[in-house]
Design a protein around this ligand. Structure first.
Ligand SMILES: *[C@@H]1O[C@H](CO)[C@@H](O)[C@H](O)[C@H]1NC(C)=O
Ligand SMILES: *[C@@H]1O[C@H](CO)[C@@H](O)[C@H](O)[C@H]1NC(C)=O
Length: 347
């Protein structure tokens, strides 16, 4: 078993395909004093209160601020990509204080990340869903139960369970929640094919309205379905979003369209999802889903893994800031520049 430890974050990987949780030692004393992290813009200009990193994540020595007057003595500045490239805001002023780190934060896929080329050689760290970011935090991840008790996993971890008999005979078959319908998306082409063979209940702006669109209500809805179409808007390395984790949380088997199967297996056991590439035809996939519906014992194979895991879904954006702060403190005194941002992000 080889474990790749991400030194900048509290997560590591095992090539046995599951993400392991690695909280790291709780650090209490910092000879160099706390780190000040300036949040340059609140993502999409939606203001949020800044978190207490120690209380929420046991990360100490962090002073977070969104007050730009702190710029001159901030150790790091977090800059959300979209807010500075679309002209609504500018990058911080140059020359920057020496030793200050600029952190590029982005949770959109490359297809929806405009004007990257403008930002070559500007940043010192990357913060994104990509596993090879300097600061890596995915949309969700699994924690093996053996790795902690209920209380050490924290309040925000969702314990998953082996399926009950009721879970194997849910009243509805396949759901899809879609807010941005575009005929150019691979996922829409896939849907057109799939619905020739199997009923798909479509929700969201393009289908039946949701009661409300909060995360909780999607999970509640999916709790009545056996399968959920977790189809990404574009296909890129590690770009696996909350769609997948909504299904996992609700105990619906995700049918995924996104990066390839091997990439998903970095995040989930192989049987925990059905990949559209697993079948040579969409018809073959549809038949498989119908067959599972008739054979609860076979369906169980896709759900039994749940007994060994808890699901963790990082809070946007508190955890991102606190992790950025932790990495900044560890990298104090070191110089690092992000070159080839575009090439890397598209790879
Ligand atoms: C919706 O999809 C289109 C086509 O890919 C894209 O240009 C647009 O940015 C998307 N909108 C949102 C809100 O994601
Ligand atoms: C951060 O990146 C800038 C721009 O490339 C560079 O000039 C600076 O030396 C870097 N600073 C640190 C502390 O890494």
């Amino acid at each position: 078993l080889t474990i790749f430890l991400f030194p900048s974050s509290h997560i590591c990987f095992s090539i046995a395909h599951t993400l392991l949780f690695w909280p790291g030692p709780i650090e209490t004393s910092h000879p160099l004093g706390p780190v000040t992290l300036l949040v340059w813009t609140h993502p999409f200009h939606r203001r949020q209160d800044l978190p207490d990193c120690y209380e929420l994540f046991h990360i100490s020595g962090c002073a977070l601020t969104d007050d730009r007057r702190e710029y001159a003595h901030a150790d790091a500045v977090v800059i959300h990509h979209r807010d500075v490239v679309l002209g609504s805001d500018e990058l911080p002023p140059e020359p920057r204080p020496s030793a200050q780190k600029w952190i590029w934060m982005n949770y959109e896929s490359p297809s929806h990340t405009p004007q990257l080329w403008q930002l070559e050689g500007v940043f010192n760290f990357t913060l994104s869903y990509r596993t090879d970011s300097d600061i890596f935090l995915p949309y969700g991840y699994l924690i093996p139960r053996t790795h902690g008790t209920r209380s050490s996993l924290g309040r925000r971890a969702h314990l998953l369970h082996r399926p009950s008999n009721k879970d194997l005979r849910r009243p509805h078959l396949v759901a899809w929640v879609i807010s941005n319908w575009s005929e150019t998306h691979a996922r829409v082409a896939f849907y057109y094919q799939l619905r020739r063979y199997i009923d798909v209940d479509v929700f969201g702006r393009a289908g039946q309205p949701m009661e409300d669109s909060s995360k909780g209500s999607v999970v509640r809805l999916l709790g009545r379905y056996q399968f959920y179409l977790a189809l990404e808007n574009s296909l890129h390395t590690d770009y696996i979003t909350e769609k997948l984790w909504n299904a996992v949380q609700a105990g619906a088997v995700p049918v995924v369209l996104g990066p390839d199967r091997k990439n998903y297996e970095r995040f989930l056991p192989p049987e925990a999802f059905i990949h559209v590439d697993d079948f040579p035809t969409v018809r073959g996939l549809a038949r498989y889903l119908l067959m599972l519906k008739r054979n609860p014992l076979l369906l169980r194979r896709h759900l039994d893994w749940r007994g060994d895991y808890a699901l963790y879904r990082p809070v946007m954006w508190s955890e991102h800031y606190c992790l950025a702060c932790k990495t900044t403190r560890r990298g104090r005194g070191r110089t690092q520049v992000v070159r080839d941002l575009t090439k890397w992000f598209y790879s």
